[in-house]
Ligand binder design. Structure first.
Ligand SMILES: Cc1cc2nc3c(=O)[nH]c(=O)nc-3n(C[C@H](O)[C@H](O)[C@H](O)COP(=O)(O)OP(=O)(O)OC[C@H]3O[C@@H](n4cnc5c(N)ncnc54)[C@H](O)[C@@H]3O)c2cc1C
Length: 384
């Protein structure tokens, strides 16, 4: 009979690896179960970079979590010695009434966050890689930067192990039971059965396999990341000179972009924010077609004209979208032994360390001081 654990964490991607670390660091006996390898590229947490920002157009309620996440990114960098976060500054470019610019400014004003507002002429002179329209403005935030997904997952897994966690890879969870025999929670995998006092379930794009009873459905969206080598080399795009950016067009289309992070030959990455194809985690098309690459290059030519000079590579990733694009992060309404984290809707990575802390709070204390009311699954189905 396998040993019984305090907590089993299902899924060791962005959120699950952070939970495993925070729980193990609190002295919990943790088992982590992951169907693929450590820091793999088949879910939502790969591709080398994720934008971190503090002023949040999606809802100002996220801001306190982002401030705590910043402290935890710094601590994780120190504790692990991995380069998990780089401050580069960040721009949100758009018309005055665009969702991204107006919402970001509103949330900064509400929370008193440090920022500057730049006119199109300011943008062109301070950040000459951009070609804004005459009516574009930019919100500039110095504390924005780049989180590194693979390094972060690796750092959390390494630290979880240091604190005694058992981590199993290439082991798929088929099902779970919160009130199994002996008053324990049970998890069944392709290799065995494990018991624990509590479960944390963080399955990313595979949420519908394990959490369909919660009523918050997840739609999986395929999203491609593209790397281009800029004209004349990466010089103006290096992280000490170039911010992360979100750019919203008058038709609502948004792109996210990054500085060149991987040396002179690594290029700079861009992706559309949403606008991806509906998909399924088992059958998602991981090939990227030349028409897709051409469409992104064409889009960039008008906005970041020196970037799409030479295409380097592209890779597909998955968003796990809830209907309102807010997360699900809560104790399971019917099973207090079970804590769930999913539906991060293409904007979750910047929260990874604070989500780990919240999951550890919920699994050990049943409650958290962090403001998470927005993420209650009952917002969609008040009957459960
Ligand atoms: C292209 C792209 C760009 C993005 N850009 C940003 C950005 O700039 N800023 C930002 O903040 N966020 C961004 N995101 C979103 C962010 O990366 C995700 O919200 C976050 O990575 C989700 O983490 P997760 O732990 O929920 O999912 P994952 O990291 O995918 O982890 C889920 C894990 O569960 C495992 N699993 C699932 N089912 C089982 C099972 N039955 N048994 C065992 N293991 C299982 C999976 O294998 C996986 O490892 C982006 C996402 C993509 C795809």
């Amino acid at each position: 009979m396998a040993p019984s654990y305090d907590v089993i964490v299902v899924g060791l991607g962005g959120m699950g690896s952070a939970a495993a670390y925070h729980l193990a660091a609190r002295g919990q006996r943790v088992l982590g179960l992951e169907r693929f390898g450590p820091a793999h590229n088949l879910g939502s947490s790969h591709g080398g970079s994720r934008i971190y920002r503090q002023a949040y157009f999606e809802d100002p309620a996220y801001v306190p979590l982002l401030l705590r996440a910043h402290e935890l990114w710094e601590k994780l960098a120190m504790d692990s010695g991995h380069e998990v976060f780089t401050q580069t500054g960040g721009l949100v470019i758009g018309r005055e009434d665009s969702q991204a610019f107006a919402g970001t400014l509103r949330s900064a004003q509400q929370w008193g966050l440090d920022h500057e507002v730049l006119t199109a002429a300011d943008i062109r002179s301070r950040f000459p890689t951009f070609k804004p329209g005459a009516d574009d403005l930019a919100f500039y935030e110095r504390k924005a930067g780049v989180a590194r997904p693979e390094a972060t997952v690796t750092a959390h897994l390494d630290l979880a192990r240091v604190h005694g966690a058992d981590l199993h890879f290439v082991e798929t969870v088929f099902g779970w039971q919160a009130d199994g025999p002996g008053g324990k929670a049970w998890v069944v995998t392709d290799r065995g059965i494990y018991t624990a006092d509590r479960l944390v379930i963080a399955p990313g794009a595979w949420a519908s396999n394990l959490l369909s009873d919660l009523g918050v459905t997840v739609t999986v969206e395929r999203q491609v990341m593209y790397w281009f080598q800029p004209h004349g080399g990466t010089g103006p795009f290096t992280a000490d000179r170039h911010p992360v950016y979100i750019w919203e067009d008058p038709d609502g289309t948004q792109i996210c972009g990054f500085p060149a992070l991987d040396g002179p030959d690594g290029g700079a990455k861009v992706a559309f924010f949403h606008k991806g194809l509906p998909s399924n985690p088992e059958t998602v098309d991981r090939r990227v077609r030349s028409e897709e690459i051409g469409a992104m290059a064409e889009y960039l030519r008008l906005r970041v004209p020196t970037l799409p000079t030479r295409f380097l590579k592209a890779t597909a990733c998955m968003y796990a979208n809830t209907p309102d694009e807010h997360f699900v992060l809560a104790q399971h309404p019917e099973h207090p032994r079970v804590t769930v984290a999913y539906g991060f809707s293409g904007h979750g990575f910047k929260f990874v360390p604070v989500v780990g802390e919240i999951l550890a709070d919920l699994a050990t204390e049943g409650t958290t001081d962090h403001p998470i009311a927005l993420f209650d699954p009952r917002r969609v189905r008040p009957d459960i």
